[in-house]
Design a protein around this ligand. Sequence first.
Ligand code: PGA
Length: 249
Amino acid sequence: MIKPVIAANWKMHKTVREAVAFAAVIKEKLGNLGDRSVVIAPPFTALSQVAEIIKDSMIDLAAQNVHDKAEGPYTGEISGKMLADIGCNYVIVGHSERRILFGETDGFINSKILSCVQFGLKPIFCVGETLPERKAEKTFIVIERQIKEGLKNLSDGDIRSVVCAYEPVWAIGTGQTAAPQQAQEVHAFIRGVMGKIFGRKIPNTIPILYGGSVNHHNIRSLMAQPDVNGALVGGASLDIENFTKVVQF
Ligand code: PGA
């Protein structure tokens, strides 16, 4: 049985003061749930202070991005070494906004994942097809490529710290969530592809989250699917009432 993971992706929202206040309420309401993991991903500017707020709770901290090198002349970038240093446990890697708006390739994403595991960070590795790709019946081809390229050269030990997130691009921020059966179909496929790479047993321990317009109305039916082990929540994670309801599905 995989413990459910509900992760809040705040994207480019919230000042430090707003993030700290929000984290304090989340800690109070959801800070000692033992049967599910709650992860919050504030913007970089708020990470250190949110880390302080949640340090004595069961809430985990994620960054929204990372560079693949540990240090060096990469102006504006932040490394896994730096994130581990301030108490991050997770990093969102390969989000479609980074792939599409910032040109991140499967190879770069793979390199980031390798760097995460090197510094003890759990990558929340996002994959997902665009609407044209789904319409052209290329969903499985695209997902298989993203998984195979993204997880290249990971050892059996490394893969155990990976969390995968299936986020169909057409469902992100659109209010148009995937039907639970559509999500299940792709999640099962992802587990199968991982099984081919890492052996049959390992994928059964890897959480596969669904992301794309998750809210408190649809979370329960998504979580009822056997291969859906949690959610990566954008818009609905920005409001405390909504997010609390999602976590307590
Ligand atoms: P959304 O975003 O919940 O607002 O659709 C999800 C995500 O991008 O991770």
